[in-house]
Design a binder for this molecule. Structure first.
Ligand SMILES: *Cc1c(COP(=O)(O)O)cnc(C)c1O
Length: 375
């Protein structure tokens, strides 16, 4: 499909704020080493793939019917999984799922944002958040993170008290920096967002939760303490299931109930439900590679630092490194060597996803060559 320039759309009755905007997305280039969208480099095992195929095959015989609108079996399976991944006593009523955690977060803003409401985060952060805000006509406010990408809790509280957001969105580990939020920070933000009748929600986006370093807790542990806390997860990263589009959240049952009002009818297809259920049956196998990736991540961070580069501490499956005077030139030179990383984050920084050992070797060898030319 040809992507038409924005001015060709000028005759359309497009919403004012969408004029001249290009669709968001990382370049999808066909190069040998793809380390740009934080995918899991290991595909599902043959056993998991066979179970997914058989499950989808069974679902295919009932596709004349709408799927289970409440996806009860999947919610039970996701709750059971979360209780092995930092959660305690989470029940199916506390779980909601959609086509990727991107859809979950859009639904959250459809239910809890809207005209006259504010959504708030701290930059640098996930570049999709302002888009959900725009699409739901929610005002977008971005505070700043510190130089080391942590949060200044006093400043964060002051901003929340001033702007009174109905939704605070915070990835932990953060994308693109890899920074995890300590539990004290999550608790403080929950209190600040809820306090004084503000009743705001705090959404901790744990898309990379499974990659956190040993000793770094999940915000799932705080669900019982803060009723305004929402923790989102995805099957796209650790579960190696980005192509299936399954994301989910854990929160108070009232929050899940409220989302049911805005979700599209039967939004989670029978094929998606069957796929996710089969993948969850193979969780230990699919997640088995996470430990390897965490080791590779730590080694990559050390290696980059050894080359004299600045690298943000990472609890995710990527590393943000820099800084380069002309990061685009570095990115481009890597592409020319068959290595695709991501030009994102603050000026001068680049992000590399953690791939297989062979892919990381290719990245390192190419970067050594490129750094001789660009600094
Ligand atoms: C990758 C990612 C997601 C996951 O998106 P899906 O829609 O579940 O594929 C969510 N949040 C952040 C910050 C991410 O980087």
């Amino acid at each position: 499909m040809r992507a038409g320039p924005a001015q060709e759309r000028s005759w359309l009755p497009l919403r004012e704020e969408l004029h001249g905007i290009e669709p968001y997305g990382a370049p999808q280039l066909d190069v040998p080493v793809q380390l740009n969208v934080n995918e899991n480099p290991y595909g599902p095992s043959p056993e998991a793939a066979a179970d997914i195929a058989a499950s989808v095959g069974r679902a295919a015989t009932t596709l004349n019917r709408y799927p289970d609108r409440e996806f009860t079996e999947l919610r039970e399976a996701l709750a059971a999984y979360l209780n092995t991944s930092g959660g305690h006593g989470i029940t199916a009523e506390q779980v909601w799922a959609a086509n990727g955690s991107n859809e979950v977060m859009l639904q959250l803003l459809q239910a809890f944002g809207g005209p006259g409401r504010t959504a708030l985060s701290f930059a640098p952060t996930y570049s999709m958040y302002p888009e959900y805000a725009r699409d739901t006509v929610t005002e977008w406010v971005a505070g700043r993170r510190e130089e080391d990408f942590s949060l200044d809790l006093g400043a964060a509280r002051a901003l929340i008290e001033e702007r009174r957001p109905s939704v605070v969105l915070l990835p932990s580990p953060n994308n693109p920096t890899g920074t995890a939020l300590p539990p004290e920070a999550v608790s403080m933000l929950c209190e600040a967002a809820a306090g004084d009748g503000r009743n705001g929600l705090v959404v901790v986006d744990e898309a990379y939760g499974e990659f956190r370093r040993a000793g770094v807790p999940s915000a799932l542990e705080l669900l019982d303490t803060h009723r305004n806390l929402v923790v989102t997860r995805t099957m796209s990263k650790a579960f190696a299931l980005a192509g299936a589009r399954v994301g989910y959240l854990a929160a108070a049952p009232e929050i899940c109930d409220a989302i049911r009002v805005v979700r599209l009818p039967y939004h989670l297809s029978a094929v998606t439900q069957a796929t996710a259920l089969a993948a969850l049956r193979h969780a230990p196998e699919l997640l088995g590679r996470v430990d390897e990736l965490r080791v590779e991540r730590d080694a990559t961070v050390d290696w980059l630092r050894g080359r004299g580069l600045a690298v943000a501490d990472s609890d995710a499956n990527f590393a943000l490194f820099g800084t380069f005077e002309d990061r685009h030139a570095v990115w481009q030179a890597l592409v020319e060597r068959g290595v695709l990383i991501r030009e994102t984050g603050p000026a001068g920084w680049l992000r590399v996803s953690i791939g297989t050992a062979a892919e990381m070797d290719a990245f390192k060898q190419s970067l050594i060559q490129v750094m001789e030319d660009h600094r």
